[in-house]
Design a protein around this ligand. Structure first.
Ligand code: APR
Length: 230
């Protein structure tokens, strides 16, 4: 189908909260009881790689146990009528499991592992743990395929190109705290409509913005109704 309206959804931890995955900044700087910078930064990895491996092994195990929620599903269903690209900061695979087909992972994926020297040497590991001493093909320690604080975000340009073509941008469950991801909405065309779904106040004020102050599932249900009416 040509001439389909283009939607870009910018999603963050909040869209997966109702699936049982905790967000980062709602828990006072701790993430599942860990200091974010110890487990999600390149310095943290250098300081204590075994702790970082254990942390992500736990996250991967948890991911196997949770399921996509209605917000992920409604987003996937929108593909029936629209050209939808999901740009997510999440490292879970709940968008994939809900059926979305075009997904850009800005911060990597939990089900991947990579060489600790070559970011492009990535292998699929599913839900299994990465062991300390387990090597990538180049002989380096295997590490999670995650973009940590202090590292480049290789997918940012692809994501910005998608946003620049959007007729509509839906921001769901991100505190817009972390750059460059938080700057992506700035690439939207002047006449694009912007929707922001979050139960809390997110400091964003742009043109053409409609704020739906709800959790992701209720907010997406509302948005779906609005889109049917229009
Ligand atoms: N539905 C929708 N939004 C929710 C819900 C919910 N049920 N519960 C919480 N939220 C909102 C919060 O109000 C907050 O605005 O989700 C947002 C979560 O913000 P963060 O925890 O900062 O998550 P995110 O923006 O995805 O973080 C970005 O930071 O730690 C790094 O790399 C990590 O990708 C992550 C990045």
């Amino acid at each position: 189908m040509k001439d389909q309206k283009k939607i870009v959804a910018l999603t963050g931890a909040g869209i997966s909260a109702e699936s049982g995955i905790t967000t980062f900044r709602d828990s006072g700087g701790l993430w599942e009881q860990y200091d974010v910078m110890e487990v999600a930064s390149i310095d943290g990895w250098r300081k204590n790689p075994q702790l970082v491996l254990r942390f992500y092994n736990d996250r991967r195990k948890q991911l196997e146990e949770v399921k996509p929620n209605a917000a992920h599903r409604i987003l996937a269903e929108l593909e029936k009528d629209f050209d939808v690209t999901v740009v997510t900061q999440n490292v879970d695979n709940l968008h994939e499991r809900a059926g979305s087909s075009k997904i850009i992972h800005l911060h990597g994926e939990l089900t991947g592992a990579r060489s600790s020297v070559n970011p492009d040497m990535i292998v699929d590991i599913g839900y299994r743990p990465i062991e300390w001493g387990e090597k990538a093909e180049d002989g380096s320690q295997l590490r999670p395929h995650i973009v940590w604080f202090g590292e480049a975000v290789p997918m940012i340009e692809t994501a910005a190109d998608a946003v620049a073509l959007a007729d509509m941008v839906i921001i769901i469950g991100t505190s817009l705290n972390v750059y460059p991801a938080a700057g992506l909405v700035g690439y939207a065309p002047r006449n694009a409509s912007i929707y922001l779904i979050d139960p809390n106040d997110v400091p964003y004020s742009g043109r053409n913005i409609t704020i739906i102050r709800e959790k992701a599932t209720a907010g997406m249900e509302k948005l779906k109704q609005l889109m049917i009416v229009h």
